[in-house]
Design a protein around this ligand. Structure first.
Ligand code: TPP
Ligand code: MG
Length: 817
């Protein structure tokens, strides 16, 4: 073979490779499209509840998948099924399992039916809850439904690469990064860019210069609302032009491309990947001219809001139709004048289309029968138990009817089975025979299995779950070393930063000045700007930085300057962080620590203690309310050994109080889910937490003078609260209960009441009506008098306790008023 022919044949070979890749892409896109088409039918015929699909967005996702590398992360939304298929993380059968909400991770690896279809995820954790090697796999953080909710976390996923590239001590953490070469890819719909979270993320990523590629899938609509109501100038790339980098300033690379142009898209995605990966410069790709062939979701039809012209345009510019024509028309002449084509005739494409249809139809049937068969194995024993019950019972005919009705359901669900069995049990409530016991056992087993399917993994259940980390008491030197409490915090963080190279602390004023209360004083100088850093004023994305970095093996401590401003971040904490472990059935985690300070200052936005709102929105996150800095530092020490997220609220008025400096900094640990009795007493159990405890302690001294001896219990951990049920032991002794906090009436105090009276059966021990003493329902007014009349004072606590005793023993404790 001469040199020339060798070159020609290798060129030919590379053309064949290229051709195969193109046709394979077309096949993936066709399969994805068929899934969307059949998926919609499954919803309209009632087999699935709701469908939201990726039709009309296939082609750019093929291009993104080509640029996406192992170790990279996606943080996107419900249109991305084609991308997930192209990286090999979603099959057609899994797509349908998700649509049917099949509650099994094998069938639906995205969420085992916990999330509606179209919410994608990969597994970062193995069966023991330990990290897998994320650099050896494609990664998708688990989607959430709130529009733009994927943005804050995207920032952190991208920032992690920067941290791994910068911090030398992390070089060996090879499960998470190879020299910070990973890109975080965001996807968002054009209309969702109207959300504040999008703009906040864009700005922050530009400041931080992180390897983030933000993809906007633009189909001109957000459900029925046109771009003219969504975006100034109807173009996100147009209005973000000021972010474009230039010779003088860092910024973004902004690229605009049409979503139906396969060749351009591949080029654009290669370029974007290189810029982000190598230079750590964020890229915005505005992918225009996309369509929605079936409309937004199965909940409506787009003919209601798109005119005939637009609908025709969508047919003409359907990216898959455009790709098809491009394949058909493609022709190249090689050096010998031979024509190179992808397909000899249209028949080849028709064959791919037919084959894709068949593939999807089979996948759909398999997914359905797998879903149904699992239920049928639960149905069979139910029918047997009901038959046996009917044979024995005096109410035979009623039970037989329940059984027959159940059998008549052609595609029963678990709910149908349990309804029949639980109703049948009522018919035999006055009878007694073995078959009844069998049915009772079966019902309990079904309820238990429902718990396992739908209620596990709210928090960690691994060996290093924070609640499994044992307490270690602080130790002290023989000479009493009293310091300002903020020094305890600072010196403890110093030890932690040394001990854990993966720990980073960041927030407003957290870097250069070492936080507003100097709990981080001097630590930026010591550990560098990457590990102790200032951020912009943007609470939601501070949280997002933390979530994303925690998902990539770092141990971020995100600081929200004051508790009152946590509300800016509360949405993302609630929707994303608190649900992460649950929604992935334990396959992803973000053990982020959120540090903030609150309580007992003055003013509407500087002293709130909105604990009821917080604990009710944050199930899935540990909520800790230490009464002093030693307790708080102990919580950080505990949490860093654990694998769950937590919020620690330090007492804003506690930094200048004196505390003794422990000698075992970084090692003493405050237990999570345990209360502490800080004063023993006999008459009333007073439960409180945080700064209010100091008021209760003062009142206790006054109360002793009138012969009332209260026992004070520090809740310290609201989520979870008192796992050992120690509070009820105190109530059993005093027979009286008063809960004090500075939340609104019916807030966290009502939660504590429910925990103690109902969960711990405290009601059995009460000789007096249980009371809560809280702040007023309004935000606290400013100034000393404003505070006095807004929040519980020492006098209020005294009188509340006194009144309880007055009611119990009026002759001993005469009425004050
Ligand atoms: C915070 C929030 N508000 C409203 C919704 C309801 N919603 C779901 S999708 C959607 C439109 C999104 O449009 P766009 O971002 O353009 O994405 P597309 O569906 O067009 O791809 C809306 C309003 C939501 N999920 N979350
Ligand atoms: Mg849209």
């Amino acid at each position: 073979m001469t040199q020339d022919t060798a070159t020609t044949s290798s060129k030919k070979l590379s053309f064949i490779d290229f051709r195969n890749e193109v046709l394979n892409d077309y096949r993936i896109a066709r399969i994805s499209r068929e899934c969307s088409l059949l998926g919609r039918r499954e919803v309209l015929t009632g087999k699935a509840k709701f469908g939201i699909f990726g039709d009309g967005k296939e082609v750019p996702q093929l291009a993104m998948a080509k640029a996406f590398q192992k170790g990279d992360f996606r943080s996107g939304y419900y249109r991305d099924q084609t991308f997930m298929m192209a990286i090999g993380e979603l099959t057609a059968q899994q797509f349908f399992a998700g649509l049917y909400a099949h509650p099994s991770l094998e069938a639906d690896p995205m969420s085992a039916g916990r999330q509606m279809g179209g919410h994608f995820a990969t597994h970062s954790l193995d069966e023991n809850g330990d990290w897998k090697n994320l650099t050896q796999q494609y990664n998708s953080s688990a989607d959430i439904s709130p529009t733009a909710g994927q943005m804050p976390r995207l920032l952190g996923l991208a920032q992690a690469s920067k941290v791994y590239r910068t911090v030398k001590e992390l070089e060996n953490n090879t499960n998470f990064s190879v020299k910070g070469n990973e890109v975080a890819w965001g996807t968002i719909g054009n209309a969702s860019t109207s959300e504040g979270l999008f703009f906040e993320t864009i700005n922050a990523a530009g400041v931080l210069q992180v390897p983030m590629v933000m993809n906007v899938w633009d189909d001109e609509y957000g459900i029925s609302v046109h771009a003219k109501y969504q975006t100034t100038k109807e173009s996100i790339s147009e209005i973000l032009k000021g972010f474009q980098r230039d010779e003088k300033n860092n910024g973004y690379e902004i690229i605009v491309v049409n979503g139906w142009d396969y060749v351009q898209l591949i080029d654009v995605y290669n370029r974007a990947s290189k810029i982000a990966r190598e230079e750590h410069v964020p890229v915005l790709i505005h992918v225009k001219e996309l369509t929605q062939p079936q409309g937004h979701s199965t909940s409506g039809s787009h003919e209601r809001y798109k005119n005939a012209e637009r609908l025709q345009w969508e047919r003409d510019f359907d990216c898959l139709a455009k790709m098809r024509s491009w394949i058909l028309d493609f022709e190249l002449e090689d050096e010998s004048g031979e024509s190179l084509k992808f397909v000899a005739s249209e028949a080849e494409l028709i064959a791919i289309e037919k084959e894709s249809k068949k593939h999807v139809s089979l996948a759909k049937r398999n997914a359905w029968s797998s879903y149904l068969n699992e239920i049928k194995t639960e149905l069979a024993p139910a029918i047997t138990h009901l038959t046996n019950l009917a044979n024995k019972s005096a109410n035979s005919s009623f039970i037989t009817k329940l059984k027959n009705d159940l059998e008549a359901i052609s595609e029963p669900i678990r709910k149908d089975i349990l309804i029949a069995c639980r109703k049948a049990l009522r018919y035999v409530k006055d009878e007694n025979f073995a078959e009844k016991t069998t049915l009772q056992k079966f019902i309990k087993q079904q309820i238990n299995s429902g718990y396992n399917l739908f209620s596990t993994h709210l928090t960690s259940d691994t060996a290093v779950a924070p609640t499994n980390i044992n307490a270690v008491a602080p130790t002290y030197s023989s000479e009493k070393n009293l310091v300002d409490a903020r020094v305890v915090m600072r010196d403890n963080f110093d030890v932690l930063l040394k001990k854990y190279p993966e720990v980073l602390i960041f927030g407003e004023d957290a870097g250069f000045i070492g936080d507003v209360n100097q709990g981080l004083e001097g630590l930026q100088e010591k550990f560098g700007e990457t590990r102790v850093s200032d951020t912009g004023i943007r609470e939601a994305t501070i949280l997002g930085q933390g979530i994303g970095m925690a998902m990539r093996g770092l141990r971020p401590i995100a600081e929200i300057q004051y508790l009152d401003y946590l509300l800016y971040a509360l949405q993302i904490m609630s929707d994303d962080l608190a649900t992460l472990r649950y929604r992935t059935v334990g396959k992803q985690k973000a053990p982020l620590i959120i540090r903030t300070r609150g309580h007992r200052l003055e003013g509407i936005w500087h002293s709130g203690s909105p604990m009821g709102g917080i604990i009710n929105n944050l199930r899935g996150i540990h909520v800790l309310v230490p009464r002093n800095m030693t307790k708080a530092a102990g919580f950080y020490n505990t949490l860093l050994e654990g694998d769950d997220p937590a919020l620690v609220i330090e007492c804003l008025n506690g930094y200048r109080l004196k505390e003794e400096l422990p000698t075992n900094l970084g090692a003493f640990k405050t237990p999570i889910g345990e209360v502490e009795t800080i004063k023993e007493g006999t008459d009333i159990t007073v439960v409180s937490y945080g700064s209010t405890l100091r008021i209760v302690e003062e009142a206790a001294i006054d109360l002793l003078q009138v012969g009332i001896n209260i026992e004070i219990v520090d809740a310290q951990s609201l989520l979870p609260f008192d796992l050992n049920h120690d509070t009820v032991k105190s109530v059993a002794k005093t027979n009286r209960l008063l809960i004090v906090d500075e939340d609104v009436p019916g807030g966290a105090s009502a939660y504590l009441l429910q925990e103690i009276l109902e969960n711990q059966n405290g009601y059995q021990h009460l000789d007096s009506k249980p009371y809560t003493l809280t702040a007023k329902p309004h935000r606290p007014a400013y100034g000393t008098d404003g505070d006095y009349f807004s929040k519980p004072s020492v006098e209020d606590v005294f009188e509340a306790a006194y009144q309880i005793m007055n009611e119990a023993a009026p002759t001993n404790f005469k009425s004050l008023y």
